[in-house]
Design a protein around this ligand. Structure first.
Ligand code: CA2
Length: 147
């Protein structure tokens, strides 16, 4: 079982600034914990981060045939990107949208996710735990367990 984890723009800055909103955990630490949790369930993860919309779309397209599910934090593209939404739809793999912050408790422009409607569901507001819950959901879906 293999899961693609996609981190969108600016998430490479995690743990280096704005700790009040995004915490102190770095992206490398999140990726290491995702790999550890996946291994504990007999799975593997590939984690990619990009600040470029096209690169995110390429990564999603590559998941077809290489991954069983996708965990994605589209970052700011969550609220703007029809193209990432289309890629998630086109690849036809179960996708879980995750956010560190509770986007519904922030500025109104963050309340709408363009991408979430093509995902199985959305997890937000739990900091790095959002990713771990997202991984858990993805693995459970792929294992075919009832949700
Ligand atoms: O809460 C999330 O995970 C977001 O996807 C983060 C995005 C934001 O645009 C979304 O509305 C919600 C922003 C990521 C920026 O990450 C930074 C991390 C550290 C310092 C500065 C930015």
């Amino acid at each position: 079982m293999h899961i693609l984890v996609v981190h969108g723009p600016n998430l490479n800055l995690l743990g280096t600034r704005d700790p009040a909103v995004y915490g102190t955990t770095t992206l490398a630490e999140i990726d290491a914990e995702l790999a550890r949790r996946a291994a504990a369930r007999g799975a593997t993860v590939t984690c990619v981060q990009s600040n470029l919309e096209g690169e995110i779309i390429d990564a999603i397209q590559r998941a077809r045939g290489t991954a069983d599910a996708i965990v994605i934090n589209p970052g700011g593209y969550t609220h703007t990107s029809v193209a990432i939404r289309d890629a998630i739809e086109a690849v036809a793999l179960p996708a879980i949208e995750v956010h560190l912050s509770n986007i519904h408790a922030r500025e109104p422009f963050r309340h709408t996710s363009i991408t979430a409607a093509r995902c199985v569901g959305q997890i937000c507001g739990f900091g790095p735990q959002s990713y771990y819950l997202g991984l858990d959901a993805a693995l459970t879906i792929v294992e075919g367990q009832p949700r």
